[in-house]
Design a binder for this molecule. Structure first.
Ligand code: UN1
Length: 510
């Protein structure tokens, strides 16, 4: 399959958008690190890596900002986040365009990503008046016991290419209202969007007036930059999104210095299509969750268990969707599947497909899609692989658009298989049987951090806590009480009497 037209330069467009977003040219020209657009494969910019010493300097400066910021009342801190949300609204189309150019997302998904940032800003503004603690029953007379939530310090944020800006905002919007500062290491594949967000944040800070300088910083680079952030004693929390391998490296380093880790790692998300499923709705849910974002979300649907009674009716419809889904330039209207991020991603996809075939899998799709004039861009048709069993290749996460489909006859067995992977991020059941739906989300059901009914596993809203179990890392971000990760809880007991009764009846009279 071939795209009809040669697609336009991404470099010229990126330059225009960066300028409109106020990112100074010296930040994205003249550096040693080339930035490629997966849309065309072109190098669109050259950014500057931070040295470990520069990372330490950024952290020290952020720590200085934190010491001032923590004294600002939380609702006033919320005002800065409100202004930042306004900047995001005004720049939505440009920032989304940059997300498309740098991460390859189709236009509506790129807009959705920026919308997610706006949503978390609104959420954080409300939260800035709700950072409440409890008053607790004390066993001693004339005493009061309460818990108060205090700011934490400098929060390190390590983000991945697939949500190059939204994931930072889930952390940063909460961290700022909680009284913290942030130092952000974006994926080395997507530094431009991070520079753009930093520029918008700085605009908001100017409007705010007296925000301390250096409340937010971006440090670009590879592993050494991440390590400098992870190892710095003035960073009490690192929130890291990426592969399980990355989490395995980051987690123990943080633990060694008793810092907190908030980990959002791999997912190997499944859905069960039960006998009473509404197949039209299921088809759309599965198609978006499995093929959307070219299979490059942590929450992408990777495993599908279809009940025997529907398998032969449902599979041809799903295969037809795989055969017809428009793959191509994500800027073009009508495209639903954009490029893979790079050639390494394609290699991983090919390896997984070869392994699946060797394990008896029957592959539909998965071939390269040729885009004229862009030999270095990687476009692939999503692959559907029918598997007789949940082989090893199915149990590992391949960050590419591959959906493994398996039959099931017994729901308990399907739930066992859905849970029988190392990862535990997101999961779904499609059913209209209330018993099945409730069982799936019960104690004996899905073991994931996210368990949905009649919705695919991807596309979570910010209002809920986002994250997963097992090798997904256990972190929770965004809504519910996730804000507590960015604060320090203090228990305060006050004696307003004239005697000193000790707890547990202990006597100690001197
Ligand atoms: C991720 O893939 O890194 O639920 C995050 C979703 C999005 C976030 C995914 N809101 O798909």
């Amino acid at each position: 399959m071939t795209l009809q037209t040669k697609i336009g330069s991404a470099a010229a467009e990126a330059a225009e958008v960066l300028e409109r977003l106020g990112v100074a040219a010296p930040l994205w020209t003249g550096g040693d690190r080339p930035v490629r657009s997966p849309v065309t494969g072109e190098v669109v910019a050259h950014v500057h890596d931070a040295s470990p010493a520069q990372v330490a300097k950024a952290i020290d400066a952020a720590h200085g900002a934190y010491l001032a910021w923590r004294n600002v009342p939380a609702p006033r801190r919320g005002e800065l986040v409100r202004l930042f949300g306004q900047e995001l609204r005004a720049a939505k189309a440009d920032l989304a365009r940059l997300v498309t150019l740098e991460a390859g997302k189709i236009v509506s998904e790129a807009n959705g990503e920026v919308q997610e940032m706006i949503d978390i800003c609104d959420y954080a503004v409300g939260l800035s008046r709700q950072l409440f603690g409890l008053t607790l029953a004390t066993e001693r007379p004339d005493h009061r016991m309460m818990e108060t939530w205090r700011s934490l310090g400098v929060v390190g944020v390590i983000s991945a290419f697939n949500f190059p800006v939204a994931v930072w905002s889930w952390n940063a919007a909460l961290a700022f209202v909680c009284g913290d500062a942030c130092v952000w290491k974006p994926s080395e594949k997507t530094p431009l969007t991070a520079l753009a967000v930093q520029s918008l944040f700085e605009r908001a800070a100017v409007l705010f007036g007296d925000a301390p300088k250096n409340l937010s910083a971006v440090v670009i680079g590879g592993r050494e930059v991440g390590e400098a952030l992870v190892d710095h004693p003035k960073v009490p929390l690192v929130s890291a999104t990426g592969s399980t391998a990355m989490g395995r490296a980051v987690g123990p380093r943080l633990a060694a210095r008793f810092a907190r880790a908030l980990l959002e790692l791999g997912g190997n998300n499944a859905a069960i299509v039960a006998p009473t499923a509404d197949l039209d709705l299921t088809l759309r849910g599965v198609a978006f969750a499995a093929m959307g974002t070219a299979g490059q979300r942590c929450t992408t649907l990777r495993r599908l268990f279809v009940h025997d009674s529907l398998y032969d009716a449902f599979l041809p419809r799903l295969k037809a969707a795989y055969g017809s889904v428009p793959v191509g330039d994500p800027r073009q209207e009508g495209t639903l599947v954009g490029p893979l991020i790079d050639a390494a991603s394609r290699q991983g996809m090919e390896q997984a497909l070869a392994d699946a075939k060797a394990a008896g899998g029957r592959v539909t799709g998965g071939e390269l899609v040729d885009v004229p004039g862009c030999p270095e861009a990687v476009y692939a048709r999503p692959a559907l692989v029918e598997m007789a069993v949940q082989a090893d290749v199915v149990r590992r996460e391949t960050f590419a658009p591959i959906l493994y489909v398996m039959r099931y006859s017994d729901l308990a067995e399907a739930i066992r298989l859905q849970n029988d992977v190392p990862q535990g991020l997101s999961s779904s059941i499609f059913t209209n049987d209330v018993r099945e739906a409730e069982l799936f989300i019960s104690e004996r059901g899905s073991d994931c951090g996210i368990a949905n009914v009649n919705i695919g596993p991807s596309g979570a809203e910010i209002g809920g806590a986002f994250g997963g179990e097992k090798e997904t890392g256990g972190g929770r971000e965004a809504g519910s009480d996730s804000w507590k990760a960015y604060m320090r809880r203090a228990t305060n007991t006050v004696n307003y009497g004239r005697t000193l009764p000790l707890a547990q009846g202990v006597e100690f009279d001197v």
